[in-house]
Each structure stands twice: as structure tokens, then as C-alpha cells.
Design a protein around this ligand. Structure first.
Ligand SMILES: NC(=O)C1=CN([C@@H]2O[C@H](COP(=O)(O)OP(=O)(O)OC[C@H]3O[C@@H](n4cnc5c(N)ncnc54)[C@H](O)[C@@H]3O)[C@@H](O)[C@H]2O)C=CC1
Ligand SMILES: O=C(CO)[C@H](O)[C@H](O)COP(=O)(O)O
Length: 304
């Protein structure tokens, strides 16, 4: 199959490479000429604009164009679609493999002339060798048309499926990320207790032992083991600030709207936000209020 890949960063290069390795012909474009050149070195046909990419995709007889977007979620997706739109018609398929909000995906699906697949992609750059897990939403015929590429980009035929109508792929990926936050928080709390607790423990050894047969073994726990091996049992100079947060926020917003309790996911998100705050106002006020009602001593900033 001929596939256009737009957005050739950490994830898009993998989409292009795995497709090429499976025998597909890839035409590649990124705003960064270096990223496009990297894809070309790996066997893709470089394009110098979205219009050029569309011209190079002949689509075969009646097949239509097949295009995979792997640009940052948000404005970049809309900007790319605006450039694509004059070149798209009803037999074309556009896949958005990024972390777009599911409502943005349903809007885009309604606005474009092409069939639009929202594709939640899990595994990250670490899955370049093994392939991704792909959660796809959108028209069934378009999903079926893309199966040869999904087989290549995912771990294999079991690594992708159509979740349902438009939006459902990114909806499932959004919830996946909420679960990811909660799991990270649970492992973090367990290791924190072990690190601050009664025994002098080697965290890499704990993680390795858990990863071999324990109920709580997982890929995230393997990444914990790797982190302790590479950074040390006390995580060395790794800072206690955690970035990201948009997909977890969307999960919590949706849970509130659906009135589904997700206290663990919310707590993990709140901890992440808290990690970016030094000298939290609420804690300072609580400190001062204890003086107000109980004449308890107020700890001052330079007491530390
Ligand atoms: N990195 C990760 O672990 C994962 C990322 N994702 C999602 O995949 C998408 C891509 O992520 P990454 O590859 O990590 O980002 P990245 O920042 O490594 O790459 C994005 C690429 O898109 C290019 N780009 C931006 N705007 C463009 C435009 N208008 N036209 C053409 N190219 C454009 C940039 O030059 C860059 O090369 C995002 O939506 C991200 O949330 C999903 C799962 C995992
Ligand atoms: O989708 C992913 C993993 O599944 C991406 O790594 C995403 O960036 C993670 O979310 P956040 O940036 O909020 O930590």
C-alpha cells in the first residue's frame, strides 16, 4: 500500500519505518526538513509540503489516498487538515494517530470530505521494535482499508482493533492514559514507602523480583526497574516535578460529566499538578489557621 505520513517526530518515524519494513511505500513530510530527510534515509519518499505529498500519492486505481498524521495534538492537526482538505475526497482515508481529544476528532471527522479514523496509539518510542497498540474509531470500511498498515505499525493483528464509531478510538486512549496515571501513582507510592520505610532496600532488586511472577508485574514496573538501574536506588538527581497532564485532565473531566467516580485517576492527576507547586498556598494557610484556632506554633519559611 502507499501511505503518506505527516509528522515525523519520535512517533511518526516509527510509523514510517514499520510501514516500510512491512513492504509499504511511504511518502513522508514534516515541517522540519531534517525530520523529512531522516525518513528518506530510512526508505521513505520525501515530500516538501502537504500538497506535494498528496501529488506523490497516486492512490492506485480507485483506492484513494491513505494518510497518517502523527503531529502534536491540537492546532497542528487542524492546520495539517486545512492543508490537506483541497486534496481530499470521499475515497481517501486520514488517520490521526496522536493524542487528540475525542471531541476534536468527531468534529474533524464531520468536517472533512475523507473518511477520518481517530487512532489512539500506545507504547511510545520504546515500542519501535515491538510495535504499538492501536485503538481505532471511525468508519468500518476505512478501518478495513487500513488493516495492512495497522498490522505493520501495531504489534500485529492483535495489536489493533476498531473500537467503534468516530471518536471512540481517542476516547479509549484518553481513558488508557488515565489508567496510566493511576498505575504510575500506585507504583510511586509503593516505592516511596519502601524507600522511606524500615528496611534498607535495593529498589532495582525489588522491582526485578516483582517483575518475575508477582501479581503486580507489568511494563510500567519494568520501566521502574530500568529507572532504578539507570538512576540508582534513590533516583539520584531526578527532580520531583512531573510534566504532562492534558490527557489525565480530559479523563477526569469526562468522568465528572458521566458521573463515574474515578478517585484514583483524579488523585494521580492532582499529585502531578502538586509536583509543580512549591510552597503551596493551601498548606501555608493550613499552617497559619492552626495558630488561629489552637495557638499552635506557625512554622515560618526560614525555619527549614
Ligand atoms: N511520545 C509518546 O510517547 C507518544 C506520543 N503520542 C502522540 O503522538 C503525537 C506525536 O508525538 P511525538 O512524535 O512524540 O511528537 P514529536 O514532538 O516528537 O513530533 C512531532 C512532529 O510533528 C512535526 N509537526 C508539527 N506540526 C506539523 C505540521 N503542521 N505539519 C507537519 N509536521 C508537523 C514536528 O516537526 C515534529 O517532527 C502527539 O499527539 C502525541 O501526543 C501518542 C502516544 C505516545
Ligand atoms: O500517550 C502517551 C503515553 O501513553 C504519551 O506519552 C503522553 O504524552 C502521556 O501523557 P502525559 O504527557 O500527560 O504524561
Amino acid at each position: 500500500m502507499e501511505l503518506g505520513v505527516i509528522g515525523l517526530g519520535r512517533m511518526g518515524q516509527i510509523v514510517a519505518n514499520r510501514s516500510i519494513e512491512a513492504g509499504h511505500d511511504v511518502v513522508a513530510f514534516d515541517l522540519s526538513a531534517e525530520a523529512t530527510a531522516e525518513a528518506a534515509e530510512n526508505g521513505a519518499e520525501p515530500a516538501d509540503s502537504v500538497a506535494d505529498l498528496c501529488e506523490r500519492l497516486d492512490g492506485g486505481e480507485g483506492d484513494g489516498k491513505r494518510i497518517w498524521l502523527m503531529v502534536p495534538a491540537g492546532d497542528a492537526v487542524d492546520a495539517t487538515l486545512a492543508d490537506l482538505e483541497p486534496h481530499l475526497d470521499a475515497e481517501d482515508v486520514v488517520v490521526d494517530g496522536g493524542n487528540s481529544h475525542f471531541e476534536a476528532s468527531t468534529r474533524r471527522a464531520a468536517e472533512t470530505d475523507a473518511a477520518y479514523l481517530d487512532c489512539g496509539t500506545s507504547g511510545g518510542p520504546a515500542s519501535a521494535e515491538a510495535g504499538f497498540s492501536l485503538m481505532v474509531g471511525g468508519p468500518e470500511w476505512a478501518y478495513e482499508a487500513m488493516v495492512p498498515v495497522f498490522d505493520a505499525v501495531a504489534t500485529g493483528p492483535d495489536g489493533h482493533d476498531r473500537m467503534g464509531e468516530s471518536g471512540s478510538g481517542h476516547y479509549v486512549k484518553m481513558v488508557h492514559n488515565g489508567v496510566e496515571y493511576a498505575l504510575m501513582q500506585a507504583y510511586g507510592e509503593g516505592f516511596e514507602l519502601l524507600a522511606d520505610g524500615r528496611y534498607d532496600l535495593d529498589m532495582e532488586s525489588v522491582a526485578r523480583t516483582w517483575n518475575n511472577g508477582a501479581v503486580i508485574r507489568s511494563w510500567l514496573l519494568e520501566l521502574c526497574e530500568e529507572a532504578f538501574r539507570e538512576e540508582g536506588s534513590d533516583l539520584g538527581d531526578v527532580a520531583d516535578r512531573v510534566a504532562g497532564g492534558s490527557t489525565g485532565t480530559w479523563t477526569v473531566q469526562e468522568a465528572l460529566e458521566q458521573e463515574v467516580p474515578v478517585p484514583l485517576i483524579y488523585q494521580a492527576l492532582a499529585e502531578r499538578f502538586d509536583s509543580r507547586n512549591e510552597g503551596r498556598f493551601s498548606r501555608r494557610l493550613a499552617n497559619r489557621l492552626r495558630y488561629g484556632f489552637g495557638r499552635h506554633e506557625v512554622a515560618r519559611r526560614d525555619d527549614d
